[in-house]
Design a protein around this ligand. Sequence first.
Ligand code: 5AD
Length: 497
Amino acid sequence: MYVSRLLLESLRSPRPRSCKQGIAASPQVSLRYFIHTFGCQMNAHDSERMAEVLRTHGATQASTLEDADLIVFNTCSVREKAEQKLRSEVGKLLPLKRARPDLVIAIAGCVAQQEGERLLKSIRHVDLVIGPDNLAELPALVVAHQAGAPPAVRTVFDLDNPEFLQAAPEPGTVPASVLVTTMKGCDERCSFCIVPTTRGPERYRPSSAIVDEIAQWVAAGALEVTLLGQTVDSYRDPCLAPPSSDDPDETQFPTLLRLIASKVPGLARLRYTSPHPRHATESLARTHGDLDVLAHHVHLPVQSGSDRVLRRMIRRYTRQEYIERTTRLRRFRPGLTLSTDIIVGFAGETDQDFAETLSLIAEIGFTSLFAFKYSPRPGTPALRLGDDVPEAVKSERLARLFELSEAQQRAHLQSLVGTTQTVLIEGPSKSGNMVQGRTQRNEIVHIGEARHLAHLAHGLVEVRIERANKHSLVAYSVANSETKPHRFLPLLQERQS
Ligand code: 5AD
C-alpha cells in the first residue's frame, strides 16, 4: 500500500508552486448580465466571482433573463442529465436571440471546457465559450464580440500562474454563510469522473490569500465559511515547503484549518467540502477534536460500500479503511454527523455489491446523502467497463437507497426533539413566517415566529427543538419555550462589544 501510494504520488503532475495573485486589467462594459448556474457549489461560487468581475468592469445585474444584454450559462457536466438540461435551456433562447441579435450568449464552466469549439458548432446561437479558468476574461471577450469579433472559445487552464478570483465582500449585502475557494482541479483519477478533464490538475491558493479573504468576509458580516475544493483535504500551501516525504499520507489541510481558526477569531463556523477519504488523516481528525470553530459534520463521499466496486472506481481506499477513518473522526469529535455521495449502478455493480452499499450506509449511520445513477462520461477510464446495469435496476436501487437513508434521517432528527441546539441563521425559510438555519451538525432548523428574530438576519441562536419534519427540525422562539428560555447570541453585537 505504502509503495503503491508513493508510486502514484510520483506519477502525479508536478505541483505548480506559484504564490502570484491578481487579475489582468480589461476594458469597461456597459451592459446588464444574467447568470444561470447549474451544478455544484463550486459553480455557484464561480458564478458569484464572475458577477463580481462583470460589475467591476461596469456591468449591472439584469432582473430577468429577458432584460439582459449578456446571458451566461455556468454549466455542469458531471452527469449527462445536467448537460442535456443545459442544451435544452440554451435552445429556448433562440427566439430571443433572433429578436435581438446583439444579445450575447456565453456558455461557461465544465461543459464549455469539455466541448469547446464543438459547442459553437452544435448550438449556432452561442457567442462565447469560456472555461472555468478563463472567467476573468469574460468582460474583454464581450467587448471584443460587441465590436464585431466572431464567436470565440477560451478554455485554457492557468497551469503556471493559477489565478483565484478574490471575492469582494460588500458590507450590508453579505450572507451569513459564504464559500471560499482553496484549490482548483483534481489529481485523483476516479474512473467515473470527468472533473480532471473539465477542471484540470490540482492547483492551490496560498494560505495567506485564503485567510485574507475569510477575514474580509467576517469583517463584512459573514459568520460561516465553507472551504471549497474538488478534493479539499489534499490541500498543500504553494508558499510553504511540501509536507515531509516520510509521511506521504499527510497534507497541509489540517494546518490550513488551524491557521484560519487562529487568524480569524471572529469566524463562528468553519466547514469544508468535499474531502476525499484518502486524505482524511489522523491529523485531520485531531484538528476536529481541537478546533471548536469546525462544524461537527463532514460530507465524505464514499460512492460505494463494495470493495470490488471501489477498486473499479479507482477510489484508492477499501470499505474497511473508510470505516476506520470515519470512526477516527468521531473518536476525536464525538457526535460528529456524516453525509455522503453514492453512485448506484456503476459498471458491473451486482446485487451483492449494492447490498454492501446499503449495509455500509446503515453501519456508518449517515444522516443524509446524495445518490446518483451512474452516468458514463466522455473520456473517463470507466467507459471501457461499459454501462451494463439496466436503467430500471438503477432506478430501483436508487429508490431502495433513499428509503433507507430517509429512515435513518427521520430517526436521527426525531432523536433531537427536546434538545437545545445552537443554530446559525441563514435567512428566511422558503415558506411561512419562519427563519432557517443549521446546527453545528448540519441539521436544518426552521425557527417560528420570525418577527421576533427579524433583527437576527445574521446570528447564532439557541433554540429548543419542538418537532422533526422529514428533512428538518422545527423550533419556536422565546415565547413558546416551556423548559428553558432561548438565549439569542447575535454574534455581530458580541464582536462589536
Ligand atoms: N455518474 C454519476 N454520478 C457521478 N458523480 C460524479 N461522476 C458521476 C458519474 N459519472 C457523483 C459522485 C460525486 C458527485 C459530485 O457526483 O457521487 O461525488
